[in-house]
Design a protein around this ligand. Sequence first.
Ligand SMILES: [Zn+2]
Length: 322
Amino acid sequence: MAEPLASGPIVRGELDWPRRFDHMQQHTGQHLLSAVLADLWNYSTTSVHLGELTSTLDLDTPQLTSEQVAQAEERANQVITENRPVTIAFEDAGAATGLRKPSSRSGAIRIVSIEGLDRSACGGTHVRATGAIGALLVRKVERVRKGVRLEFLCGLRAIGRSRLEFDILSNLAADLSSSFEELPRVVANQRADVKALSASKRELEADLSRYRAQELYAAAQPDPAGIRRATVRLADGGLDELRGLALAFAGFPRAVFIGATEAPPSVLLSAAPDSGIDAGSVLKETVSNAGGRGGGSSTMAQGVLPDRAQLDHVLSVLEGTK
Ligand SMILES: [Zn+2]
């Protein structure tokens, strides 16, 4: 037992009741949930975390199925509706029996009981009967180390969370002109549509690149060595946008393609295998000389440069005008 406080300055304490009651609900709910899990499957609670927003408990079982979660949640809520008394008693640790978790203490211990279900040594704050827990909602279940971690909410927290999720689902369903029940099917259909559209977009982009490459190749004048060059420079967008075109252009005989984007200053070089140009080594050397870095294969390479001026310089070198 604690020593009585020495007399001194008077301190005024004030209980924040809504906060205290919320804590009592979460904490008693944890006793209840742990007891139900032990009762149903003999799973022990190895640790507990009561947080500001949600609470968790860890179980010594490698897995907990969603059916088990639903069953435990239902059982816990049943005990809540039964409004069983939650009582406090002091007993001698050595003589106390039937505790959910044996106590390692000696002397008098405080035992919190849920009638007919649980006896636990605990010094925390609890509601007086299970009905005051209000409701218990089990949420996320995740694997942790060798066990399972269960997230749960009690009382107004459970109601608040359900309200939030209802609002999210309502908005989502309204956006998709669907009902709640239809949402999984509607979302699955949309995902399938997006997948099909993306595939067809990729095909169309490849087709477009082939046509553009053909056009550029036809317009390019061969130099004395018979090499045809084309340069495409984008003010914005990434090099990825040019890769399809670069690939298609280098598919023509003795073709060399130079692509550039300005933000960040980057350059891409592709070369037909019969062009006699090794894109990787040419690009690496040119870009390194300009203070940048890059490289690639003999047919496709890319690099980044410190600034626009260096990009202009590198492009003029690659185009063979300097
Ligand atoms: Zn307790």
